[in-house]
Write a protein that binds this ligand. Structure first.
Ligand code: NIG
Ligand code: FE
Length: 385
């Protein structure tokens, strides 16, 4: 057992109701947990120490929505979009072909590279979805690769109907709800369905989510990205942990989210990269909904791995305050994953921490695009680039 003290923290943002924000703070890490928090002047003896010289410390980012198991990229599709082509769910098929053709080692290496990129940018918890295999064998190996990299793996066999099932989508729904789910569930904690135009309708989504729930998986829904639809209502009705995207919401949708424990996970990287209108975070927060921010990291609609970029977008384009955006990118993401050990700095929580090259977390939005992550600790271990 060895303890490490972090001292000289100019501002410690805890997101813990009792502790609040602490100036001139210190904390002590024992193995992977935080065991002491208080004033720098009162810090107890520890085996090692690091003086942070007035830097601000925040919880590590919790990216609760990513699709990092894939091969290839779609830069030409992005380039065409920036010349006026619309974004559709159909682009997913080209990534499915590249993913099926990749070896396990290639998929693992590529995903591990993205996770390393995320860690270097302060993300210490990452949910990972399958969804670019879309056959039983390719979804299962996607789930196996993801399970080596994250505790929060999501089965997204219902991303789109693959080309070979185009004229018999009900057969694909039966496959996803049966043999494919059986093959993937042992590696997964969650199941998700893309319930939107060009993907799955609400009845298909209900069938697939019910099958996942019966096997003990928690529910998540890609909902209301392309237009008004029943995805958000379905997520709330089924008690899903999150409804993700939430770009087009009716008053009824907002009320339903506000009256539920379903987190509205907003993914502004997708609106940025598809040149779409941003979701109305202000309306959701003012109504009382819980909002999370995540990257949606994927090769089609949002090829960013950077949570600070999403915070900057949320503040500038979605009328969130800097404090709301930081909460949504840490504690909000933890709520969306139903976790209470990450996203906060509290006694007993995981020592997942970020020291900023700044005295205030406002700088994350105030200095967009500037690498402000001075140091990251995951499970008490310093991350070295
Ligand atoms: O969350 N919306 C569905 N899936 C991804 C996009 C996938 C792709 O275009 O490859 C998303 O935006
Ligand atoms: Fe997504």
């Amino acid at each position: 057992m060895s303890t490490t003290a972090l001292t000289g923290i100019g501002l410690l943002v805890t997101h813990d109701a009792e502790l609040g924000e602490i100036r001139d703070a210190a904390l002590v890490i024992d193995e992977d947990r935080i065991v002491w928090i208080g004033a720098s002047a009162d810090v107890p003896d520890a085996d090692d120490g690091t003086d942070l010289d007035g830097r601000c410390v925040i919880p590590g980012f919790v990216d609760s929505h990513t699709h990092v198991i894939f091969a290839g990229d779609r830069a030409p599709e992005f380039e065409a979009r920036m010349s006026g082509q619309p974004y559709t769910a159909g682009g997913i098929h080209s990534t499915v072909a590249a993913t099926r053709a990749a070896s396990d080692d290639e998929l693992t290496g590529h995903a591990a590279g993205l996770i390393a990129e995320m860690l270097a940018a302060g993300t210490t918890t990452t949910e990972i979805k399958t969804g670019y295999g879309l056959s039983t064998v390719d979804e299962q190996r996607s789930a196996q690769v993801a399970a080596r990299l994250s505790d929060d793996v999501t089965f997204l066999g219902a991303h789109v109907v693959p080309a070979e099932y185009a004229d018999r989508p009900d057969d694909y729904v039966a496959l996803v709800s049966g043999p494919m789910l059986d093959a993937c569930a042992p590696y997964c904690r969650w199941i998700d369905v893309f319930c939107d135009r060009g993907a799955f309708d609400v009845d298909q989504a209900r069938t697939i989510l019910a099958a996942g729930s019966a096997r003990g998986l928690g529910l998540r829904v890609h909902a209301n990205q392309f237009g008004h639809g029943a995805g958000v209502q379905l997520a709330v009705e089924l008690g899903a942990a999150s409804a993700d995207h939430c770009t087009h919401l009716s008053d009824t949708d907002v009320e339903a989210l506000a009256g539920s424990t379903t987190v509205a996970t907003l993914l502004p990287g997708a609106e940025f990269s598809t040149r779409s209108p941003y979701p109305d975070a202000r309306r959701l927060i003012d109504a009382g909904a819980t909002v999370a921010l995540a990257t949606d990291c994927n090769p089609g609609s949002s090829y960013t791995s950077n949570m600070a970029f999403c915070i900057a977008l949320a503040v500038r384009e979605m009328n969130m305050t800097p404090a709301e955006a930081l909460w949504a990118a840490t504690a909000g993401g933890a709520r969306a994953l139903r976790r209470d050990d990450v996203g906060v700095i509290a006694l007993g929580s995981r020592a997942d921490l970020v020291a900023l090259q700044a005295t205030s977390p406002v700088h994350l939005a105030y200095r967009p695009g500037v690498p402000l992550i001075a140091a990251t600790w995951k499970g008490g271990q310093p991350i070295t680039a």
